[in-house]
Design a protein. Structure first.
Length: 462
């Protein structure tokens, strides 16, 4: 389609005032999440690709929750106090619209609509015609049906509750998405009435008005059925979530990523993968995640906002959040890396090791049962099992500095602020409270004693 300057101006309205009773939730329906973002976010994203001005969202049920959740979005909010139907909802947006160009109407609970489908509707509409997004459904129950003349032109939409048995047999349904000529909108909306089964102002009644005024009514069918699928309950939402995830999985496969099972992957954000990345089952990716070439992600890892350099292996059940992992690391199983961690190359972080706001130099190892927080650890350091940085005094956090080639014996407590200098060795079981000098053994440990002739207590006879 042409995007030249002769294209009439585009205005958009998203209807999102409905309660969504069948979600059985306190949260307004369009705030329920699909792939980690509110449904409404998906709709706004598809629309923003078309740069409408204005972009009006009609809200109502749930009060200020919507405007608050989207405080940053370039959206004009129109309040619909009482939900009196889709026509009444669009009427609330009217004061924000100009009688010029095209008005696109979307639903906030139809989250997977593609921009390409919207573009197709706009190129047909041209600010002149009424364009409906319709589709054939084997099971049309619940939807408005498209009425056509013997010649096949659209002459109306009948809501299910107002339909005769014959009309209910029609399988072409109204998805609710439409593109309208802005200059007719005010007249059409003001002429709506609520003389129908639901006593609502039906937006769908603009169709018969258009026909009466000689405005052409055209239809577009989405490429995929799921694009126009709406969410009325949690089962619908779960179904659309699967469709969304399947599409992402197939895009990754095409890009050269090996997925153990495309049906067991969840991307709730953006996952960038270089070639030959391998992802095992059950992994969740949130925010912005980048996996460089040859990275292997074991089963049931959760990665959020992180970057993993080439050929690093994540064994099962790792949790990474806000970290930068160097190349050829070996993490897990059961490793937890929290925000602010940066690792060099060839680093090992083993099972039940938690690392927070810490830098680990090249070839450093912390293989078992350790907590490292607010620390700078050099290269080729060996951190023994059970070592912890005591970084928090109950009020403030303090830093631990560990030089290159340090060896920390098992079960050591490093009471921060403290420095262990290059090449130092710390004896197992030490509590280090002050500087441990370079290249020397530092140990703080109660002297071992054996009590002669000591006997175990015996059970007293009753
Ligand atoms: C509507 C259509 C129906 C279509 C169906 C597709 C009408 C009269 N009917 O029916 O032809 O097949 O969608 O799903 O338009 N909304 C408001 N304020 C209101 C009422 C609704 O903002 O007062 C919003 C809802 O939040 C939702 C959308 O409009 O996003 C559709 O509302 P819904 O109640 O689901 O419409 P249906 O009656 O199912
Ligand atoms: Ca609906």
């Amino acid at each position: 389609m042409s995007t030249d300057t002769t294209t009439p101006p585009l205005q958009a309205v998203v209807l999102a005032a409905g309660q969504g009773k069948r979600m059985n939730s306190r949260l307004p329906k369009v705030l329920h999440q699909l792939a980690g973002r509110p449904m409404l976010h998906h709709v706004l994203q598809a629309l923003q690709a078309l740069k409408p001005n204005p972009l009006v969202v009609v809200y109502g049920h749930g009060g200020q929750a919507l405007p608050q959740a989207f405080a940053e979005a370039p959206v004009t909010w129109a309040l619909q106090q009482e939900q009196r139907g889709t026509g009444h909802a669009l009427l609330q947006a009217l004061p924000h619209l100009q009688p010029e160009g095209t008005v696109l109407v979307l639903y906030g609970d139809v989250p997977l609509l593609q921009s390409t489908t919207l573009r197709q509707m706009l190129s047909l509409c041209q600010g002149q015609h009424l364009v409906l997004l319709t589709q054939q459904l084997e099971e049309p129950t619940g939807y408005g049906r498209i009425l056509r003349t013997a010649q096949g032109t659209v002459c109306g939409i009948r809501e299910e509750k107002d339909a005769t048995a014959q009309e209910r047999a029609i399988t072409e349904i109204n998805t609710g998405i439409m593109a309208l000529p802005a200059r007719h909108l005010a007249g059409w909306l003001q002429a709506l009435n609520c003389a129908n089964a639901q006593q609502e102002y039906y937006l769908t009644d603009v169709v018969s008005q258009a026909v009466a005024q000689g405005v052409q009514v055209l239809t577009v069918t989405p490429e995929f059925t799921w694009e126009a699928m709406g969410v009325n309950n949690r089962a619908h939402l779960a179904q659309l979530e699967r469709i969304y995830q399947q599409r992402q999985a197939h895009q990754l496969l095409e890009a050269g990523v090996a997925l153990a099972d495309p049906a067991r992957l969840d991307v709730r954000g953006t996952l960038h993968c270089a070639q030959d990345v391998h992802i095992d089952v059950g992994c969740v990716f949130e925010g912005q995640v980048t996996l460089e070439e040859g990275v292997q992600v074991g089963a049931y890892c959760v990665l959020r906002d992180c970057r993993v350099a080439a050929h690093t292996v994540l064994q099962p059940y790792c949790h990474l959040d806000g970290v930068q992992i160097g190349p050829a690391n070996r993490l897990g199983p059961y490793a937890r890396l929290r925000p602010g961690c940066v690792t060099g190359s060839g680093v090992h972080v083993g099972n039940f090791v938690e690392v927070k706001n810490t830098t680990l130099g090249d070839h450093t190892k912390a293989n078992h049962l350790t907590y490292l927080g607010d620390a700078t650890v050099g290269c080729e350091v060996n951190i023994g099992a059970g070592t912890i940085t005591c970084n928090y005094d109950g009020v403030n956090k303090h830093h631990t500095t560990i030089g290159d080639q340090v060896f920390i014996g098992s079960d050591t407590q490093l009471v921060a602020p403290v420095t262990v200098e290059q090449g130092a060795t710390i004896g197992a079981g030490s509590t280090i409270v002050s500087r441990a000098p370079a290249h020397q053994l530092t140990v703080s440990r109660a002297k071992q004693v054996t009590i002669p002739r000591w006997q175990r207590p015996t059970r007293k006879k009753p």
